[in-house]
Write a protein that binds this ligand. Structure first.
Ligand code: 5GP
Length: 187
């Protein structure tokens, strides 16, 4: 890996490598294949952060799943969310009676997913499961059950593999801690 590349210069350190991610995604795909044997779940990608994880994950699942996409925004600065969630783009199809799997990039306070879980319960989904690539348990502000998480990480602002800062770094293949100098001016 060329760690002198342009994007890597803005990182404090690499937290999860592309090899570790690929292994975790494969293992999660096997678990979800097992869980949904005989079912046709709807996998919902929470855009934009989960996009890279989502496209890798669904290809590791051997089940007749369907996909749908949702854009949510949480108000706040670029590095801290406030917990006020707005659905910017909703699903294309109703989920009544469906097994819904919400695929998220990272669970931080838990506010976004706890809100979405309520939304899908109200829409009479048969079940709502939560899958996340990353989890920051130390930051949790609500009681939320995360059904599947690939990595628990410390309380630091991370980018890469779909996660952004100011829309950048989504194309970084590894996950790294953004150097605080990059967002210091905003704090
Ligand atoms: P929550 O509602 O759990 O506090 O926030 C979840 C959302 O906050 C994530 O989907 C993501 O958009 C954003 N977020 C939380 N922590 C990080 C982080 O370390 N890096 C990035 N890029 N986004 C984060």
């Amino acid at each position: 890996m060329n760690t002198n590349a342009v994007l890597y210069n803005d990182l404090d350190r690499i937290l999860v490598t592309r090899e570790e991610i690929a292994k975790a995604v494969r293992e999660l795909g096997e678990k979800l294949t097992e869980k949904f044997r005989g079912e046709s779940p709807v996998f919902v990608c929470i855009l934009k952060g989960a996009s890279v994880f989502f496209t890798d994950l669904i290809r590791e699942i051997d089940a007749p799943l369907t996909t749908d996409f949702m854009v949510v925004s949480s108000y706040g600065s670029s590095t801290k969310s406030t917990g006020v969630v707005k659905i910017v783009k909703d699903l294309d199809k109703p989920v009544v009676g469906k097994h819904v799997v919400l695929v998220e990039d990272i669970v931080d306070s838990g506010m976004t997913l706890s809100y979405l879980k309520r939304v899908f319960a109200n829409r009479e989904a048969a079940s709502v499961s939560i899958v996340t690539l990353l989890d920051k348990p130390a930051r949790r502000r609500v009681d939320l059950t995360v059904d599947y998480s690939c990595f628990n990480i410390p309380d630091a602002f991370v980018v890469g593999y779909g996660l952004d800062y100011d829309e950048k770094y989504r194309n970084l293949p590894d996950i790294g801690v953004l150097h605080p100098k990059i967002y210091a001016a905003e704090e």
